[in-house]
Structure formats: structure tokens, C-alpha cells
Write a protein that binds this ligand. Sequence first.
Ligand code: BGC
Length: 755
Amino acid sequence: MNWVIQENKFCEEQISRMGNRMLCGNGYLGIRGTLEEYRKEQMPAINLAGIYDQVGSGWREPLNAPNVLYTYIVVDGKKYTLPETEPLEHHMELDFRHGIFSRETSWKTDRGIVTVRSEHFACRDEVHRIAMQYQVTADFHAEVELYTGIDGDVWDIHGPHYDTLESAEEQGCSQMQEAAYENQGRSQMQGAAHENQGCIRMRGVTHEKGDTVDALETVTADFPCERHLAAGEKEILRRITFVTEIGRSYYIEKTAVIFTSKDEGWNLQRAHRMLQESKVAGYDALKESHCRKWEEKWAVSEVEIDGDEEAMKALNYSIYHLLSIAPTHASNMSIPARGLSGQTYKGAVFWDTEMFMLDFFLFTDPDVARSLMKYRVDTLDGALEKAAHYGYEGAFYAWESQEGGFDACSDYNVTDVFTGRPQRTYFKDKQYHISAAVVYGIMRYTQVTGDQTLLQEGGLKTVIECANFYYSLLLKKAAGDFYEIRDVIGPDEYHERVNNNAYTNRMAKFVFQSAAKLLKNLESEAAGQEYQVDELIHRFEDAAAHIYLPKPDQDGVIEQFDGYSRLEDASLDEVRSRLLHEKEYWGGAYGVAAETKVIKQADVVTMLNLFSQEYEPEILKKNWEYYEPRTEHGSSLSSCMYAMLACKCNMPQKAYPFFMNSARADLKDGGKEWAGLVYIGGTHPAAAGGAYMTAIEGFGGISVEDGTVRSAAVLPEGWNKMKFHICCRNIRYAVEVGRQGTKITEEGNVHSDAL
Ligand code: BGC
């Protein structure tokens, strides 16, 4: 398979999309696929995981580190940068087997052609480190000034987040230079006046909490040159000057280290040490160990599809994105809805993680799966506070969760395109289904891994507090005999404040059932000290038995919420034609979809997908057929749910385009970039996770029951065979799904810290 995606011409309109599409990351940081010379207008970013800041009443969002890759050239006194100077040729690509971004750009100058070639990666084996190589060639004796350093004037949506930016030059690395060259045996360099001074550093101090972000970099150049250093208010740059010999390549190597005051055990000394070691090792060696680490990841994550190269590439590209944002360095960290591609969606964690991404990690790297769920357990206090704030019991998780479980979701999450005014939305207050996603994640983790320690270390308490929350939401009419949940938003955000959303009610039932089951299994003495076990079991069982779940009507259709069937049945095209502005928000009180049956994303279909065994196959199919034409798929989370349910209805051909839509979410043009006037672009890891689930659990039909892996495959046309690995209960399996059946072979134990 070809593991490269490329772009062969420069297109200014595509800058933001390329930034997402060609992202490199290692879970600690994400480097957008942008060019070294870009300034904040072109949205370059080294986006950091788990550290946030708020300025004034702007949205709280994650930090972008000072840009340590900032580099550009001036030739014969003229600056050659994109997008300002039109190139003769431009090519950029991402090797997504190894997370390596590269570009090659040529410009025609008055005297000849000058070419820049570069590549960079976010080190996989040492997540604080970034490495870059930058090369200049000319077909004439060009007088080149190469500027390289750190740009602190970073792209922010609601910034600037650094109140102060201080920069300095430090000598920490220079004494290692001789050793570096000897070690690499680069005899051709001897005698040259190489550019190998100490490192430069920039420290940003954040506005809200005074957190610090340190960015350091060091550069080596293998050619004679002159060097000067200049520090501006927000940048610190070297100027490296030389005159090119015709056809000779002049390259510099840069290593950078980034750490923040939140990173335990990190300080300047350690950063210097890492820079020195990196310099001794040299770029090629760093690249080699980085690639080796990626190969280890692929050895357990790659999915091979015999018969459909395009699907195989899109699927593995999705997996690449999941691997690039996996918090392998942390034990209780989760993944934001837009991964590490920037500040969109406030860098916050949504239900996307548990319901769409978790399975990939469960099957390939259970330690990461544990970290994702431990994040929820450790942010329980935030959820308890949120529930209390709204007058409920138990744990109501943040719709947009940042550190500590703080809910970053604003009461006005959309800006009206006509008035420019913030529009009241109820995502934060009414998307109750978020707590059920947390319980689902904990239960699924426990079921697939068999690891009980998560429950012991707070998971059980989390499940019980979520059950308490749903219990406090229940309403019962005086004469009624069932419980309702009113005034909610289900997954379909276009219909706000509805009653008895089928998905929410069924998930609440799942939470009650899970809590009751866990309580029953408890060693009664230990549990008795903390909980009124019998009373809780009784309460949750009663709630599970009596919560209202809408039944299929005479046509087999399950009503999404009370009164949905009475809404206007306008077609998607008709509703779209009513928009007065292309960026207008479809939902909310006055949105074009609000009074119609058009929904944003899979809702009843998501519920049926999770609980398919409770319904006749005929009902699953009828609902798929009913809701699909009424779904805008306005969220990248939608397609995979339709794909998976189609597989369960034995309709792999119908599933296929939805699967491809998920797998290509970050490859194709045309995804939504705006909600009202709010920028929502970035990568789509939930779609990537959904594509993985569809391949493995949908087409491959893989399920885990009582620790046993089973398969009921429904391969789409053209797929002869699918091969992958999964782990379950500490054992790794090789799976080969073919048209004649599935072979599941035990491969040995999983080397896991958690299990
Ligand atoms: C979707 C949510 C999703 C969020 C983040 C929204 O557009 O409606 O379901 O959690 O995006 O991906």
C-alpha cells in the first residue's frame, strides 16, 4: 500500500485543510501540516494536549506552543515565502506510516531557481521532541539569508494566551558539537566553520494561571556560514548567511524540545540534556528510532484489506490520526474532539471519545483505553459539581470537558450569522447523554480487558454517581406508571429541549442496569460502608424497569422524541433551500431544521446500533430506511453509525459509502468548517474511530462476549480478505476474515502496564 498523501500544487484556499490533513502528532503535541514560513494568518500550530488558558470572557482553549519550526529564506535581498510569492513548483506530502511531513518548493528569482526542501516529525519515542531538516539548493550563486528560530506570535482563536514572552540564547548545547560530528563520522564537514551555537529558548507565561510553556531549539548546519541572532518582541531568530555553489544542497538540522509547567519532572536542565543528546545522535538517528516506534504501533494496529486498496488506505490513514493523538505518555488523559489539530471546540473532550474512539484503543492499546477512562474517573468531582449546580444529584459530566472536568461549553455556543450576536444553545445544560457515555466507556473497558482495577480505583463510584444523576432526572406523572426524562437534547442537536429522547432514555436504562449489576457483585461489607447497597440496587432496578422507551409504531419506526412524528416532513433539499445564508445554523429555536423531521446526525440509529439485539432485524432495517433520508449528516459522527447498523442489517453495500465517508473525513474536501460564525474545522478523530469500528465490528462482525472473541462477518463486495490484530483480556489475536469464514489465532500476551 502507498502510505503517502500528497498535494502537488499550491492553493491558498486549502491552507487550513492541509494543516489538518497533514498533521503530525504524538499525543503530547500536534504539529499542523503547515509550512515553516507561515505566520498566524495561515494557522500553523504546535497544539498542546491538556493545558488550557482563558483570556477575558473569550472561550477557554488549549495552548499552541511558540512555533519552533519557524524558518524562511531571503535570496539576493528578496524574501521567498508562501503564500506571498508564487512558486514555480510546490509539492507537499505526509508519510502517514511514520508521521513525517515534507515539502519541496521552488521559486524563480531574477537570477535563477532556488528550491527549499524540508521535513519534520513529532518524535514518537520522546514526545517532547520535534525534529526538522531544512535544505536550500540553487542553480546559481545565490546570496542566501536563512532565518530560523522561534515565533511566539502564535495562532489563537481566543488569545493571545501568553501575557509575557521572554526569549534567550543559551550555551547549553555547544560543547557537544564536536562529539556530534565525530559520532556521525561526517568527515566531509571537517574544517568547515559550521553553525552550531547554543540553543535558543522562548518562555510564554499564560494569562489565567501563569502556567509556563518553554520551547527550546538548537540548529546545526553542515556548511560554512555566518550567523547572527536577533530577538524581537515575539520572536527570536538566527540569520545564517551563505553563498550557494551551483547544485549543492545546504541543509540545517533542527531539534526542539517543548515542555510546560504542568509536566512533572521537566525543567530547563532536562530540556538542555535532551537537546544535547539529540544533537549527538543527529537527525537521521532520531528519525530512525522515531520510525521504529511507529512500526511497533502498526504491528498491532494496521488493517489489511485484500481487494480494496482505496478503503485500506483511507482506513489506515484514519488509524494514523488516532495513533497521532493517543496520550501514550499519560495515565489519565483523554482526547479532544478535534484531536491535536488546534483550538476548535476548545480542545475539549466530548462523548466522541467513549462512543467512537475507545474501541480502537481497547483492541490495539488497552493502556491508552485505560488512560481515556481514568480521565473521566479522575474528573468525577467536576461532574458532581455540575450536577449540583443544576440542582441534580450525582454526576453530570461536562459536555465539553477540560482539565478537572471543567465544562468549557458556553451557554452561547453559536454566533448568529445575521445579527452577529451569540445564540443561546442548550448543549451544556441538556445533553444529559454525556454521563451515560462515561458509564458506557467504563463498562466496555472492563468487559473487553477484564481489568477490574479501574472500577476499584473510582470507576464504580463514577458509575453509581452517574446512575444517581439519571435517577434525579426521572419524572413520573401522578397517574402514570413509567418514568420520563424531559427537556433534553439527544445526539441530534438540531432539536433542542425535547421530551423522552429514545437514545437518552435507553442509555439511562443502561446506566441503571450497569450500576445495579456492579452493586450486586460487590463484596457487601466493603461496599456497605460507602453505599446503602440494597436500597440503591432496588432503586436502580426499579428505574431500569420503568423508564419509558418508545416502541416501534405501526410502520416499525421508533419516534426519536415525543412529538417528532408530528413535525413537518420536508425533504433535506427543501430544508436546505430555506437557508438565507450558507453559514446559518440549522438548529436552535429558529433554525431551518427545528420544526421539521430533518435531523443533524444519527440518533435513534445510534441507539439501535448499541442495543440491536433487543430488536427484530426488520425493525432495525425499517428505522435505518426511515431516518437516513432525513439525516443531514451535519456531524462527522453520523455516517459510521449508519454504516454499522447497515452491517447489522446485513446490508454491507449500503454500509460501504457511509464507511468511506467516515474513513475519508480528513481526506476529502467539503466537511463542515463553520457552525454559524464559529470555526469548527480540524481533524475528526471520532469519524476515524467510527471507520475503525465499522471495519472491525461491522464488516468484520467482531464482538467480545464473556472474554471470547467472535465474528459474524459481512464483507462488502470486492473485499476478499481482511487481516488485523485485536487484544482482549490481555491476549492478542491475529484475525483473518475471509469470504469462507474467520480465523482467530492467539498470538500471546499483551504487554501492558495496566493489565
Ligand atoms: C456533534 C456532537 C459532537 C461534537 C464534537 C457536534 O457537531 O453534534 O455530537 O460531540 O460535534 O465532535
